[in-house]
Write a protein that binds this ligand. Structure first.
Ligand SMILES: C[S@@+](CC[C@H](N)C(=O)[O-])C[C@H]1O[C@@H](n2cnc3c(N)ncnc32)[C@H](O)[C@@H]1O
Length: 192
């Protein structure tokens, strides 16, 4: 597993903004001028910023929560928003799929959901923000923790290694990871 050379910022910013400095900006070379799909886009605040500052064009967002989708649309007029992967009309091709803090919200369904996503969406890069939870860590189920499975905890959230093993079995090589971020590149021999 090669850890690509990515300069980390070590930002002390609070709230959502720290994600800009911790997970978007350090990976600029992978996302600048790229077409992207964001699974679990939330209100799309950082997608709007990335469009302005990096010409990073999120063209599709998938967001389960109705209010989040409405709020997202207000500041991202050009993003096509869907409630679920099943609602995508046909196979989509993008450069990057973002999955930021969403895999932990899929409970036991994380493998089947990722399989569905990768069948529907072809992408060279997977850009994942994911942390490991200790046992019985509580999930509120509201706001950024809204989820379609009424989860009360993160007990089924995969470890980083489980995620790496799963995606490597689906033809994605892990090219970078740190405490928060995992990047994968599709195996070049795999044409989808
Ligand atoms: C931590 S937030 C993502 C934040 C945002 N993308 C960012 O970069 O800061 C996770 C989002 O995933 C959404 N979500 C949870 N389960 C989902 C599902 N099954 N399908 C689509 N979106 C889901 C939540 O509603 C929430 O908006």
């Amino acid at each position: 597993m090669a850890n690509e050379n990515i300069k980390e910022s070590g930002s002390k910013k609070r709230g959502v903004e720290h994600n800009w400095y911790d997970t978007w900006l350090p990976t600029k070379k992978f996302i600048e001028n790229k077409k992207c799909l964001d699974f679990g886009i939330w209100k799309g605040l950082l997608n709007a910023r990335a469009r302005k500052e990096l010409n990073c064009d999120t063209i599709i967002g998938i967001e389960w929560d109705d209010q989040h989708r409405l709020d997202c649309k207000k500041i991202n007029k050009n993003i096509k928003l869907y409630k679920s992967i099943e609602d995508l009309e046909h196979k989509i091709q993008v450069d990057v799929i973002f999955m930021h803090g969403v895999i932990c919200l899929l409970g036991q369904n994380w493998t089947s959901t990722l399989e569905k996503l990768l069948q529907k969406v072809s992408s060279e890069i997977l850009h994942i923000r994911h942390k490991e939870f200790t046992h019985n860590e509580h999930c509120s189920g509201v706001g950024r923790e809204a989820n379609s499975y009424n989860l009360n905890d993160y007990n089924f959230s995969p470890s980083k290694q489980e995620l790496i093993n799963f995606l490597e079995a689906h033809n994605y090589n892990n090219i970078y990871f740190n405490q928060k971020l995992l990047l994968f590149r599709r195996n070049e021999n795999q044409h989808q």
